[in-house]
Design a protein around this ligand. Structure first.
Ligand SMILES: Cc1ncc(COP(=O)(O)O)c(C=O)c1O
Length: 443
């Protein structure tokens, strides 16, 4: 569900009008500054030091989080609560992107661009540290959708084999398996988890009971974007490993919000996007593949650098980055997003997002007629809060929240709120008051 795709951005419209204003418009083009695109601050000179974030404070320190918020260019009157779909990037990410774009476009020579190969490897190292993996196990891709499809298309599966998928998986880790199965003759079995489970053991048990001697893959979102359910990923990956089953984790809702150690989790592959909770550039993502699994994985696309034997195996998971010319600026900005998180501290980010979600859950469920669809138990929750409201269409509530109160939520069966570190407790109160107002008009 992409609630943001219909959002209208006046500055973009201005830009498009400008482009299509006929020959007069073309003549006027040089006057257009990059700052017109979205009120961006001027990029720093290339040698500017990274902005310094405020010194660490406790998760509940509103003044500290207010300072963190000031690193974002949020439009007045808009409260983003849609991290599960798309996050704003902080200034330092935008600045890095613009700086690298200007640099490349100022000098497209091989000589000038050679430094971005090193940037890419530095970003890979940062990703490996962030995820608890080795750099050779990391492919820098475009998003979770692509990473999921690399796994779906890359494993050797055929008649007699079975793939077990969580029925709340995103289509790229769900329908994608059906499409592959139709071609290669394996079967797909779906697992449903009942709402409001009694705890992680009950969730684990539901999955483990679905594994059979034919199961070759178990593929699941460690946090569901549909219900907000958090799966006990480490225990499920261990159960899969014990049975020789490939565990593929879609981490679109955990990367950048939950602390991760993929080696400890024990998954065979993990996919995620930079533009969600990591607050990174759009159209960047990561695919982790456990070292032992890399040789057996077929690439969906064969690109430069793909050779036979030693040449390919020496590249590790890089062999799965087959996109041709990359956007050096996007990859550089991915690194800046990881720096931003590291400067705040991953533990602090996780605590804060969970604290905001807890407050939101408490506020929303106090509203008469509200039903919480996301889990009420903390041990099976992350920072995804979903509710519906008696007598009201969730789509109408979602629209009214944005139209009348500037609250950017998402319509996903109920109304989904996903707060993050750029939100303050005042935002949570504003969101709850807005829901009260919309629901109160029910009559
Ligand atoms: C669990 C999950 N997987 C995959 C995706 C797709 O992400 P992207 O569009 O960044 O590829 C989403 C998007 O919301 C998601 O929630």
């Amino acid at each position: 569900m992409d609630a943001s795709s219909s959002a209208r951005d006046p500055s973009r419209r201005r830009f498009v009008r400008h482009l299509f204003a006929g020959s007069a418009g073309l003549a006027a083009l040089p006057a257009l500054s990059i700052r017109d695109l979205d009120g961006l601050p001027a990029p720093p000179p290339p040698s500017a030091p990274a902005p310094v974030l405020p010194p660490p404070a406790a998760a509940g320190d509103e003044a500290y989080w207010g300072q963190i918020r000031s690193h974002f260019i949020l439009r007045d009157g808009i409260t983003p609560m849609n991290a599960a779909n798309l996050c704003p990037a902080p200034r330092m990410v935008i600045d890095r992107m613009v700086e690298a774009m200007r640099d490349v476009d100022a000098d497209v020579s091989f000589q000038n661009r050679a430094k971005y190969e090193q940037t890419q490897e530095e970003v890979r190292d940062k990703l490996a540290r962030h995820l608890g993996a080795s750099a050779d196990e990391i492919a820098i891709v475009r998003n979770t959708s692509e990473a999921n499809n690399v796994i779906v298309g890359g494993l050797d599966l055929g008649p007699g084999d079975e793939v077990v998928v969580f029925d709340e998986n995103h289509p790229t880790n769900n329908v994608a398996w059906d499409v592959r199965a139709a071609r290669f003759g394996f079967s797909v079995r779906r697992v449903s988890v009942a709402p409001q489970p009694s705890g992680p053991d009950a969730v684990l048990d539901t999955f483990v009971r679905a594994l059979t001697e034919r199961t070759r893959v178990v593929a699941f979102s460690d946090v569901s974007n549909v219900s907000g359910l958090r799966i006990p990923a480490q225990a499920l990956c261990r159960a899969a490993r014990d049975r020789g089953i490939h565990a593929h984790v879609d981490g679109a809702q955990s990367f950048g919000i939950l602390r991760l150690d993929l080696h400890a989790m024990g998954c065979d592959s993990y996919a995620s996007s930079a533009h969600k909770w990591l607050m990174g550039p759009k159209e960047a993502g990561v695919l982790y593949v456990r070292a032992e699994q890399i040789p057996g994985l077929w690439p969906g696309m064969v690109g430069v650098g793909w050779g036979s034997g030693a040449q390919t195996s020496a590249r590790g998971a890089r062999k799965l980055e087959t996109l041709g010319q990359r956007s050096d600026a996007t990859v550089a900005a991915f690194g800046a997003a990881l720096d931003f998180q590291e400067q705040i501290g991953l533990e602090r980010i996780e605590m804060r997002a969970l604290e905001l979600a807890r407050a939101l859950k408490a506020g929303v469920t106090r509203i008469p007629g509200a039903e919480l669809l996301s889990p009420s138990r903390e041990d099976v929750s992350a920072a995804v809060v979903i509710a519906r409201f008696e007598g009201l269409e969730s789509g109408d509530v979602f629209e009214a929240l944005y139209r009348d109160h500037g609250i950017a939520a998402a319509p996903t069966g109920g109304v989904r709120f996903t707060p993050h570190v750029y939100n303050t407790m005042a935002d949570v109160e504003r969101a709850v008051a807005a829901v009260e107002d919309v629901v109160g008009r029910r009559g």
